[in-house]
Structure formats: structure tokens, C-alpha cells
Design a protein. Structure first.
Length: 548
């Protein structure tokens, strides 16, 4: 089971510890059964006028072993699974941070989010059933050996019955496993629709037809998810009932068929029947637990598969010690840069390049271009998210490659068009947080939000205001290169003018190199130079040229 593999992510100790406690619990259970049978036999032969205190002491000791081993087992399974989940969750998050950006985009945020949250929650909620299944399985095997001790013939009959029941259960379990995966897929689709509802609320509210169609679609999804979930639950209980019936039939064979056909000359039917009745409990618990654990097993399989995928996606840049680059560089140079997306079969994808661009330290550069011209792709290449498929990026005479890419990224602060505003400041030293106050004032945000320690006091703001706070964070990082992607697009006219006429000159005065994507043709003169991107080709625009 994949859920057992999950326990191995931190080594073999958890599995060995759980196996030992399950064996101890099972031995205690078998001793309980054997003691009861022996006491019953002695009382039948010697009468009921005295208590065998020796057997009673053995019974109490066996009960104590069973109890404490059981409590330890259940407690440790939960603790070890939680530790494994925490370990794997942190490892997955770390691998996401170090993953190749292009490959990570292909997985999608939803798959990552579900694996880190929903799948781990499923395992955590059902952890006690793993302990129950492990103990029940070992206890069943131990009772079978006890039956072998009582009678080899009875052992053969009971083992054949158990094997037959196990075969039937396995056949049913294969279908259940498939249905669990289908259920997880349907729930993922429903989760995606709910995300669409929250993220696209304005668009849905704007069109009553879209809202009605969306509502019908989600209603169908909910009904289908409910149907699949009901089928899974029904299948689980069907397995449990079928298993119980099989073992009741086995008990009937031991009690009725063996004496009828004179097969039980060497069988103590009473003891064997007691053992069979005893084994029905753990086997029933095993069947019930495995049915419930199917969901956890599917979740564990999903998590481990994602962990393996991410391990193969690690950015080579993250595997080498970064070589330093000069923070007081003179020039950033892009020479013959080209990047192309994978196209559909038989077709070439969108491409940019070859692009040549040289930016001097302290310059303000504007990049313009229409939708689909390649501006976002160029920004991703410029920031080191996409590695150029041709050409080279240089800082002065230092080419940017695997050994220098991390240092190069460390020179850049950015606010992208699809930016995310973190509620707290990461990697900003406490002594630098005091610099936030004048920045908030410069961006006219001192009365809207502020900092309480390293957290913003308010981030439920308009997109333009959030962008201002994101710019505060970028400036607090004190990096020499500032990349802004359509930053002013969401600002009101007053602040847009202030940004181009006052803030950009102040950033230039501070020595920052600013590369900004913009459509604000009224303020093109605020840049030292402007370049226009059209169908992936970059060309310089003379200062006197009209806005595009």
C-alpha cells in the first residue's frame, strides 16, 4: 500500500516500530484466546469449584499487553503519519520553490494545492484505520497459527476459507480503487468550479445567462460527485458484508459440516469454533479498514507521485552554488535572445527573438507592444524564469548561466501584472522596515495601510493600491534592477501622473535601473529610451516617434 510507503519517507524506523507494536498486540490477543480455551477445558474436566489463579494471571497479563500495545499502536500510527505528512508537505513546498518555472506551469496550481491540502487531510483523518488494519491482519495470521496448533486439518479448511474470502475481497477492492480515483477526479473538477465562482464572481454576476448556465453545470457536478461518493460508500459496506458472510459460512462448515462427514476426528470442534469466532472480529475489522483506507491510499499515491514529479523538475540552477555578480554593474546586455513555446503537433509555437537590448545602470527603459506581442514572455526571460533557448544575457562581461542565474535573479525586484501581495514581509531585516514609512508616504498609502511589525495592517484594497504596497516591498528589498509590468495601468489619473513625473525620477535619482512595460503613451517621454515589441521582435523607438 502506498500509505505504508508514505511512512518510509523518514526512514524505516516508523514501519518497524509499528510492526513491533502490532505483533505485540496480536500476541496478547492470541494469548487471551488460548487462555480462555484452556480455562474452559480445565473447568470442563475438573469442575467449577476452584479458580486457576495461574491461568487468571496469564489472562490479565495478556490483556495488559494487548491493551497497551493497541493504545501505543493507534497513537504511534497517527503521530508517525502526521510526521510523514508534515515532512512530505515541507519537502513538496521546497521542491515547488526550486522547480523549473516552465515545468511547474504545466502542472497547474490546482493540482499542487489539492495535493498539499486535500490529499494530506484525507490521510490524516483516516490514520487510525491503518493501525486497525495492521493489527487486524497480524492478529488474523496469529490466530491461524493457533488453529494450526489445534489441528492441521482445521487450519487447511479455515485457511482455504480465508483465502477464498480474500480473493473475493481483492476483486471487489480493485474496482473500489478505481472508483476512489474517479471520485478524487470529480471532486477536483468541483473544486475548480468553486474556484471559478469566487475568482469570476463579477463576470458571473454580470451575465444572468452565464450565471444560470454556471449554476446548472455546478449542480450537475455536485450530483455526480454525490453519486460517485455514494457508490464508493456502498461498495465499501458491500465488501464488509460479503466478507462477514463468507466467514460466517466458514464457521458453519467447522460447526456443522465437519462433524456430519466425520472429518473432525482429530479436531477439537469447540476450540476451533471459538478460534473462528475470534478471527471473525479482526478479519471484519481488516475488511472495513481496508475499504476506508482505499481513499487514504489513493491520496498517498497522489502525493508520492507529485513528490516524484517535482524531484525530477528541480531547476538545475538550484543545484549549484551561485557565483557572485557585481551589484554595481554598468550594463545589462541581451544578445540574440530567443525563446519559443511548444506548439501543437506539427505546428510551431509563439516565439520571441532574436532580441538585442542593452540597458545602462540607472536608466529608465519602457517596453511597449500590443496584446500577444510577447511582452510577458520577454519579462520572464529577462527575470530568469525562462532560460533563453538562444543568445545570452550578460551583466557587464559576466554571462548568465547555471552558476550565475541565482545571483542574477537576486539583482531584480519586480511587480508583475499578475503580482501577488504577501501579507507579511519576507527576508526584509527588521532594521530596514523603518524605511517603509517614507515609501508609504511617497506612494500616498500612509493613511490606507501600514506595517505592524513585519505584516501589513490592511491588504483588502483595490488592485492599484495593492500594486503600490507591492512596490513598497520591492523597494525595501534594495535591489538595483526594478521590473514593472503594467504597474500604472490600475492607478487613478492623479497618481498615474505622479508616478511618471515624480516617482520614476526619484527612483532614477536613487540609482535604480527601471525596466517597465507600459501603454501610457502620454508619458513615454518619462523614459530615457523606449523599445517596441511586435510579434516577438524588439526595435528601438526614436524619442520623437508617436505613441504606439
Amino acid at each position: 500500500m502506498k500509505i505504508l510507503d508514505l511512512l518510509s519517507v523518514q526512514g524505516a524506523t516508523p514501519r518497524l516500530r509499528l510492526l513491533g507494536s502490532a505483533v505485540a498486540s496480536s500476541i496478547g490477543g492470541v494469548f487471551l484466546l488460548a487462555t480462555v480455551n484452556l480455562a474452559a477445558e480445565k473447568m470442563a474436566g475438573e469442575g467449577f469449584d476452584q479458580v486457576d489463579w495461574g491461568l487468571a494471571s496469564v489472562f490479565v497479563a495478556a490483556a495488559a499487553i494487548y491493551y497497551y500495545a493497541e493504545v501505543f499502536l493507534v497513537g504511534r500510527v497517527g503521530a508517525d503519519l502526521e510526521a510523514a505528512i508534515d515532512f512530505l508537505r515541507v519537502r513538496i513546498l521546497g521542491r515547488i520553490r526550486r522547480a523549473d518555472f516552465v515545468l511547474l506551469e504545466r502542472i497547474g496550481h490546482q493540482t499542487l494545492f489539492e495535493s498539499v491540502t486535500q490529499a494530506t487531510q484525507t490521510i490524516s483523518q483516516n490514520s487510525q484505520f491503518l493501525a486497525l488494519a495492521l493489527r487486524s491482519g497480524i492478529l488474523s495470521v496469529a490466530v491461524l497459527f493457533y488453529i494450526l496448533y489445534l489441528s492441521p486439518l482445521a487450519f487447511v479448511i479455515v485457511t482455504l476459507g480465508v483465502s477464498g474470502g480474500g480473493w473475493v475481497y481483492a476483486r471487489l477492492g480493485a474496482r473500489l480503487h478505481r472508483r476512489h480515483h474517479e471520485m478524487m477526479g470529480e471532486e477536483a473538477g468541483l473544486f475548480e468550479s468553486l474556484s471559478d465562482l469566487f475568482d469570476g464572481f463579477k463576470e458571473i454576476r454580470l451575465s444572468s445567462q452565464r450565471s444560470a448556465d454556471f449554476g446548472r453545470t455546478v449542480a450537475r457536478q455536485c450530483r455526480h460527485v454525490g453519486t460517485v461518493r455514494l457508490d464508493v460508500q456502498t461498495h465499501i459496506f458491500s465488501q464488509f458484508i460479503i466478507g462477514q458472510v463468507i466467514f460466517f459460512l466458514l464457521l458453519a462448515v467447522v460447526v456443522f459440516a465437519i462433524p456430519m462427514y466425520k472429518l473432525g476426528a482429530d479436531i477439537d470442534v469447540v476450540k476451533v469454533a471459538t478460534a473462528v469466532i475470534f478471527i471473525v472480529g479482526p478479519l471484519g475489522a481488516l475488511i472495513h479498514s481496508l475499504g476506508i483506507l482505499a481513499a487514504s491510499n489513493a491520496a498517498a499515491e497522489k502525493i508520492l507521485r507529485l513528490d516524484s514529479q517535482l524531484a525530477e523538475m528541480e531547476d538545475p540552477v538550484e543545484q549549484v552554488e551561485p557565483a557572485p555578480l557585481p551589484a554595481d554593474f554598468a550594463t545589462i546586455r541581451l544578445s540574440g535572445i530567443g525563446y519559443a513555446y511548444e506548439g501543437a503537433e506539427g505546428e510551431s509555437g509563439f516565439a520571441i527573438g532574436p532580441i538585442d537590448l542593452s540597458v545602462k545602470r540607472g536608466e529608465v527603459i519602457f517596453i511597449t507592444g500590443g496584446n500577444g506581442s510577447g511582452k510577458s514572455t520577454l519579462m520572464k526571460v529577462l527575470c530568469g524564469f525562462y532560460r533563453p533557448q538562444q543568445g545570452v544575457i550578460e551583466i557587464d562581461t559576466h554571462p548568465i548561466g547555471s552558476t550565475t542565474m541565482r545571483s542574477y535573479r537576486g539583482l531584480i525586484a519586480a511587480v508583475f501584472s499578475d503580482f501577488h501581495l504577501f501579507p507579511r514581509l519576507y527576508a526584509i531585516p527588521p532594521e530596514r522596515i523603518a524605511e517603509a514609512a517614507p515609501l508609504l508616504e511617497m506612494l500616498e498609502m500612509e493613511r490606507v495601510s501600514g506595517l505592524d511589525g513585519n505584516r501589513f495592517t490592511r491588504i483588502d484594497l483595490s488592485t492599484g493600491q495593492k500594486k503600490r504596497l507591492a512596490l513598497v516591498v520591492a523597494l525595501l528589498e534594495r535591489r538595483p534592477i526594478l521590473v514593472l509590468d503594467e504597474w500604472a495601468a490600475d492607478q487613478d489619473p492623479h497618481f498615474r501622473r505622479r508616478f511618471y513625473r515624480e516617482i520614476l525620477p526619484e527612483l532614477r535619482r536613487r540609482g535604480l535601473t527601471v525596466i517597465a512595460v507600459t501603454h501610457d503613451d502620454s508619458y513615454f517621454d518619462a523614459a530615457d529610451r523606449r523599445f517596441h515589441l511586435d510579434e516577438g521582435r524588439l526595435r528601438p523607438v526614436p524619442p520623437s516617434a508617436a505613441g504606439v
